[in-house]
Write a protein that binds this ligand. Structure first.
Ligand SMILES: Nc1nc2c(ncn2[C@@H]2O[C@H](COP(=O)(O)OP(=O)(O)OP(=O)(O)O)[C@@H](O)[C@H]2O)c(=O)[nH]1
Ligand SMILES: [Mg+2]
Length: 403
């Protein structure tokens, strides 16, 4: 079966989608996105951008006379959001918790309405029903599931659907293609500054210590680096002790900064003596906009080159992952660290949410011990965590690289 594909680049995901709609109309289906460098001259002045690839739907099942009901016209979350914002009584400059809650609710509802566009199960091929159950079992979002099942319907003939194993092998590949991995920039001079933000108790401090061990003690991903850990959580004695204990065991310096100015000075102090500066922060509720804004002002001392990573627990449910991703947006985080992968057998929630927001993953952690339970993120690591699918490890390693 042949179909027309496309590849479009833009400043961000929304920009790409707009271009796709403009060029190819409503029949275009975006399947894959990845972070790329765009623009520039002779390799200089490139910017971070996004590239989306997909195909043009030639699906005739929805044409009149088909056996499936015409799909409900999907509501677009952004359009609905703009309508709500426009109707707000005052200009919304700072996050308003009520409005945020309302937006989250609208998003859930639009998802549910979208999902109604799924054909009735009793009209479905058993392979599709089985796949739909597997997606649900792994906590994939309804939109993600629908997009995947649509693609299966489009790319497999009725005959081909009979071979469940062949179909699921392809689906695993497609899921793998929706996972974006963060590419580390091997900067050392000035030192790379890695800041970890995120909700309370997700494992930020532990992850900072794990990164310090991996980069600074074991040289696990290349040459051993000179590492410094800074915490801005100096007021909490327990937090201070926690990092200090790790620091003394690993013989890695730990510094404290209690305000923006101290943080700026501490970073300046280590400018020439460190290769990697790891900044641990105070866990914040994603709902506390005022506290988040304060911490953002504090962290501005790290400078624009600092890499902010957002830590979150793998077991977080889909709608909460979306909310955390949204509420931490002001920190301009580049990537997400998925923690406590060992505590869940479901990774569809995180995969769907990161895909919906176009966010890459940089590291995953999967255990309490500091020595080894951190890995650079890799597609295979997520795929082997999928439940119920038959995973052909050799095949996915061939495609996505060994982990
Ligand atoms: N199972 C499991 N537990 C983890 C992992 N990473 C951290 N933890 C545990 O999670 C708990 C909280 O870890 P912290 O590193 O203190 O979390 P935090 O985000 O710094 O917490 P706050 O500073 O209070 O916001 C501890 O009991 C850690 O041992 C992991 O990968 N797997
Ligand atoms: Mg902490």
């Amino acid at each position: 079966m042949s179909f027309e594909t496309f590849k479009v680049q833009g400043a961000n995901y929304d920009d790409c989608v707009q271009k796709v709609r403009w060029e190819y109309g409503e029949k275009a289906v975006v399947m894959k996105r990845r972070a790329v460098r765009v623009g520039g001259v002779l390799g200089l002045f490139t910017r971070e951008g996004v590239e989306v690839t997909g195909y043009i739907s030639t699906d005739l099942r929805y044409a009149s006379g088909g056996s499936y009901a015409a799909p409900a016209r999907p509501l677009d979350f952004e359009t609905e959001k703009q309508k709500i914002l426009a109707a707000a009584p005052v200009p919304v400059n700072k996050p308003d918790p009520t409005l945020e809650k309302l937006l989250a609710r609208v998003e859930t509802l639009t998802e549910k309405i979208d999902a109604k566009a799924l054909p009735q199960r009793d009209e479905e091929h058993p392979t599709l029903v089985r796949l739909e159950d597997l997606f649900a079992q792994n906590d994939f979002s309804l939109n993600y599931t629908k997009a995947m099942l649509d693609r299966v319907r489009k790319e497999f003939s009725l005959d081909a659907l009979e071979d469940f194993d062949a179909v699921q092998d392809r689906v695993i590949e497609w899921i793998g293609e929706t996972i974006t991995i963060y590419t580390e920039t091997p900067v050392r001079r000035p030192p790379r500054i890695l800041v970890l933000v995120g909700p309370t108790g997700v494992g930020k401090t532990t992850t900072i210590a794990k990164l310090a061990a991996a980069y600074g003690v074991h040289g696990r991903w290349g040459e051993r680096l000179r590492v410094v850990m800074i915490t801005i959580d100096g007021y909490r004695i327990a937090a201070r002790d926690q990092l200090e204990k790790y620091g003394s065991i690993m013989e890695i310096p730990v510094a404290y900064a209690n305000n923006n100015e101290e943080l700026r000075k501490t970073i300046a102090f280590h400018q020439d003596s460190a290769d990697l500066i790891l900044v641990d922060t105070i866990g914040k509720s994603p709902r506390d906009a005022v506290e988040l804004a304060k911490m953002k002002a504090f962290l501005d001392a790290c400078g624009p080159a600092a890499e902010v990573h957002l830590a979150m627990t793998a077991g977080t449910k889909y709608s909460d992952v979306r909310e955390i991703l949204r509420q931490f947006t002001p920190f301009n985080y580049r990537s997400v660290v998925v923690t406590k992968l060992d505590e869940t057998s479901r990774v569809g929630n995180v995969i769907s949410a990161l895909f919906a927001d176009g966010k890459p993953v940089s590291y995953i952690t999967n255990g309490q011990g500091v020595e080894e339970y951190i890995h650079r993120a890799g597609v295979v690591r997520f795929l082997i965590n999928l439940e119920g699918f038959r995973i052909d490890r050799d095949a996915i390693e061939k495609q996505f690289g060994e982990q």
